[in-house]
Design a protein around this ligand. Structure first.
Ligand SMILES: Nc1nc2c([nH]c(=O)n2[C@H]2C[C@H](O)[C@@H](COP(=O)(O)OP(=O)(O)OP(=O)(O)O)O2)c(=O)[nH]1
Ligand SMILES: [Mg+2]
Length: 318
């Protein structure tokens, strides 16, 4: 048989978010096309001369009759289908004009974020669903001996900074103390509509019903498969291509990649820098948060080079 070069297809697609931020617009692919009958994020193939956003504007006009007013890069996915290599260049659309409807006769539906997982999408879309559900900021808690101070700081970040994703990290506490505090942190997070991940052994989730587990890179590398079922999130710390690949292999929902900059906590570690970060993220199979000397002011830049956003201790733990 002749060696076959797979067709490469560049597709731009949109996660269009409702004004209240709770819903996303999806469309159903007609039954006579590839992946027919499955749901998708509206969009389509780019013409050779088009940029991602330019092509997306044209597609959304053609398919839905809307004009994009404000869009931000969300995630880029490379996926191998049997017959082609596809690059899905996905944008989050926050503002548009016009009332979307299926101009090509396709079904179109506004769906609450948490119900997205109930809809059948093409195989390439799993990381997009994750990216849509995740915020742009990931708070990692700092060390704090005193429990009241800990809870005060957490509450400040949840209210003033409106953080929606928290990793409770404390390497110094005894497990029983950690779990007791995690229970209180969880109650606080729930009160403010935020998700809480524990840091450590996945078995911690048997004691506290948090939203997921964050793995150290060492634990990540030691695992052969995803340690918990899909109902909860798994995130992991990564520092290089090999760890990113392993995170993809075991099906992590998202990761941090660090250190982007040199930090006081790890002065001896060489920083990755934005250029290499972008190259590493391009082929990651899940959303990636930039970590290491990041503040909220870096979030837009991080998104521009393919990140989900930024993760930080110092910027939120004041
Ligand atoms: N628009 C879109 N396409 C997706 C998604 N997930 C996914 O695997 N794909 C694949 C399916 C198709 O092979 C390709 C998109 O092509 P398309 O059929 O929408 O292209 P198009 O709108 O330009 O339509 P056409 O003129 O080629 O018929 O990307 C998704 O969420 N949205
Ligand atoms: Mg299309």
């Amino acid at each position: 048989m002749n060696a076959m070069v797979k067709r490469r297809v560049h597709v731009a697609a949109a996660a269009i978010i409702s004004a209240d931020g709770r819903e996303v617009l999806i469309a159903r692919r007609p039954s006579n096309v590839d992946h027919g009958g499955l749901w998708e994020f509206p969009g389509g193939k780019l013409a050779p001369y088009e940029t991602g956003l330019g092509g997306l504007k044209r597609e959304l006009h053609e398919e839905l009759g809307v004009e994009i007013r404000c869009a931000q890069p969300l995630i880029r996915i490379h996926h191998e289908y049997a017959e082609k290599h596809i690059l899905l260049d996905v944008w989050q659309v926050h503002a548009f004009s016009g009332e979307p409807f299926g101009r090509e006769g396709q079904a179109v539906r506004w769906v609450p974020m948490e119900e997205l997982v109930k809809y059948p999408f093409p195989a390439a879309n799993l990381p997009i669903l994750r990216a849509v559900m995740l915020p742009t900021e990931y708070l990692i808690t700092g060390d704090e001996d005193d429990e009241n101070h800990f809870l005060e700081r957490l509450e400040r970040a949840l209210t003033e900074d409106r953080v929606k994703l928290v990793q409770y990290r404390d390497k110094a506490l005894e497990e029983a103390t950690y779990l007791a505090r995690a229970e209180k942190a969880l109650a606080l997070c729930r009160q403010h509509g935020a998700r809480l991940l524990l840091n450590g052994n996945p078995a911690l989730l048997e004691h506290v019903d948090a939203d997921g587990i964050h793995l150290t890179s060492e634990r990540l590398m030691s695992l052969e498969r995803r340690p918990i079922n899909d109902g909860k999130w798994v995130s992991a710390s990564t520092h290089d291509r090999e760890q990113l690949r392993q995170a993809g292999r075991i099906g992590c929902d998202f990761v941090t990649l660090s250190p982007l900059r040199t930090t006081p906590s790890h002065p001896q570690v060489a920083p990755i820098g934005w250029h290499e970060f972008q190259q590493l993220v391009e082929h990651a199979a899940m959303p990636v948060f930039a970590l290491g000397g990041m503040t909220r002011h870096d979030a837009d830049h991080a998104r521009g080079v393919g990140a989900q956003g930024i993760a930080s201790i110092r910027d939120f733990w004041r």
